[in-house]
Write a protein that binds this ligand. Structure first.
Ligand code: BES
Ligand code: MN
Ligand code: ZN
Length: 499
């Protein structure tokens, strides 16, 4: 999808569809009023007769509206002006694009940014407008027979602003928004792909393709032999039951001088989590194809960086493997030696995420990182605690935790902090190894984080549990791409902090 911004009067523009806001209140936004006048009171009539609704996200399409240069007019509900903030703005844009995708309109002119959304500057209006529009037009139809899935016609979205200066700021926003959206799409495509297609080798190939497309990226993919040499006994123990060979993807983005310490992003990529010998129950097991969502998001963030080009060095480390039961699979009771030298008793083979992450986090040390952030669909307990709304942030570092929470808030990809400390690690006691891979059931997400913290001592580290936020279940089943939006915003903000 292409984005443009303009400051000219939107009423006289030729477009396949003019999109205007209708609000709940006595006075409609200026642009809406002008469109109403030009069309001989069409909007007032639709509102007073009750056909148009001002509820956030409600839409009404009018074809061949009188008195306008537009072929169609789309009214989109924006609620009460006083409550029209970032969330309502994104929802209204998404609703408009969803409705547009059902028409043959090839382009659209959106005037929502023109009338001033409470507390949003032109850059943010452009950025979030582009992100919301791209996300709403996302389709995953790689595996649908072509005839059944006609592509939406919508190719170009133009955002109208009040002034030339705002349109310019808005264009900076849509540029960045397009970059973030490319990363989100990359992550969603990878995660939505079925587990017989998206296996560790596939993920490595996709990362390699990305690296090959961009001059400022390079890649290294480690296989079993190298993992053995490095002593990654925990990672290898998870992969042991699968016919699919594991991969450790190391993808580098260089936007700053080589001497500058990198930010390392680590993403859990279990391309299918059966639970292993501690087999999961059948209901909903198909959704464990999304258990590579952390890895997908970390690679998606790199895809975004390729477009955003911040002056930073960023390294993605993605341990990828499949968790399967077989005669070669790890058993409950097995003890493995991690790359760090700590030994772990595997009491439950379904607590595999922490096992692949601990070796990846140890591997991260060689880059002398400024910050390490991991993203993982780590615990069912996180979904119980926070539902699907929030990503959980765990960090012993106050400043880093707050930086991530603030980035999530700005990006519309919200996160909530949960505790991690040594006390949560106490239940990981093992009579036979340095510690066990599972502890008490209560506080399971914080215990998992405490497990990881034993491998990140001395690092500035945060862990994002995205078990609830990485995908949706039910009728809308599919990957969300989260937390690409949060991570991209975090990185963009880090860059401007340095300037
Ligand atoms: N991938 C799962 C976590 C998960 C479960 C994410 C459901 C989203 C929805 C993870 O590997 C897992 O199985 N965790 C176990 C840990 C337990 C055995 C300590 C869990 O949460 O049940
Ligand atoms: Mn598991
Ligand atoms: Zn898992």
């Amino acid at each position: 999808m292409e984005f443009k911004t303009i400051s000219a009067d939107p009423i006289r523009r030729k477009t396949a569809c003019l999109v205007v806001a209708v609000v709940d209140g006595r006075q409609q936004p200026t642009t809406t009023q002008h469109v109403d006048e030009a069309s001989g009171g069409l909007i007032s009539r639709l509102l007073s007769e009750g056909d148009a609704s001002a509820k956030v996200g409600d839409t009404l399409l009018v074809v061949h509206p009188p008195g306008l240069a537009a072929e169609r007019l789309l009214l989109v509900g924006c609620g009460k002006t006083a409550d029209f903030g970032a969330a309502a703005y994104r929802k209204a844009i998404a609703a408009a694009v969803t409705r547009l995708a059902q028409t043959r309109a090839g382009d659209a002119l959106l005037t929502l940014a023109r009338d001033g959304v409470a507390s949003l500057d032109a850059y943010t209006l452009g950025r979030q407008g582009a992100e919301a529009a791209a996300a709403a037009s996302y389709r995953f139809d790689e595996h649908k027979a072509k005839s059944r899935a006609p592509k939406p016609a919508l190719k170009r979205v133009t955002l109208a602003f009040e002034t030339r200066a705002d349109a310019n700021q808005g264009a900076r926003g849509t540029d960045d928004g397009r970059g973030v959206a490319a990363g989100v799409t990359f992550a969603r495509d990878l995660a939505n792909r079925p587990p017989n297609v998206c296996h560790p080798t596939h993920m490595a190939e996709q990362a390699r393709k990305l690296a090959n497309r961009h001059r400022n990226m390079s890649i290294e993919v480690l296989g079993e032999t190298q993992m053995k040499k490095l002593g990654m006994g925990a990672l290898l123990s998870v992969a042991a039951g699968s016919e699919q060979p594991p991969r450790l993807i190391v993808l580098k983005y260089r936007g700053a001088p080589a001497g500058e310490a990198p930010i390392v992003l680590v993403g859990k990529a279990i391309t299918f989590d059966t639970g292993g010998i501690s087999l999961k129950p059948p209901p909903g097991m198909d959704e464990m194809k999304f258990d590579m969502g952390g890895g997908a998001a970390v690679l998606g963030t790199m895809a975004a960086l390729a477009e955003l080009k911040p002056r930073l060095n960023v390294i993605a480390i993605v341990p990828a493997c499949e968790n399967m039961p077989s005669g070669k699979a790890s058993r409950p009771g097995d003890i493995v030696e991690t790359m760090s030298g700590h030994t772990v008793e595997i009491l439950n083979t379904d607590a595999e995420g922490r096992l692949i992450l601990c070796d990846a986090l140890t591997y991260a040390r060689r880059f002398k990182p400024e910050v390490v952030i991991d993203a993982a669909t780590l615990t069912g307990a996180c979904v119980i605690a926070l539902g699907h709304q929030y990503t959980a942030v765990f960090s012993p570092n106050e400043a880093l935790a707050h930086e991530l929470l603030a980035a999530g808030e700005r990006a519309g990809d919200p996160a909530w902090r949960l505790p991690v400390n040594a006390e949560y690690g106490e239940s990981l006691k093992s009579n036979f190894a340095d510690f066990a891979n599972v502890g008490a059931r209560e506080g399971g997400s914080s215990i998992a984080a405490a497990f990881l913290s034993r491998f990140t001592e001395g690092l500035t580290w945060a862990h994002l549990d995205i078990a609830g936020s990485a995908w949706k279940s039910g009728r809308e089943k599919g990957a969300t791409g989260r937390p690409v939006q949060l991570l991209s915003e975090f990185l963009l903000a880090r860059q401007s902090r340095r300037k």
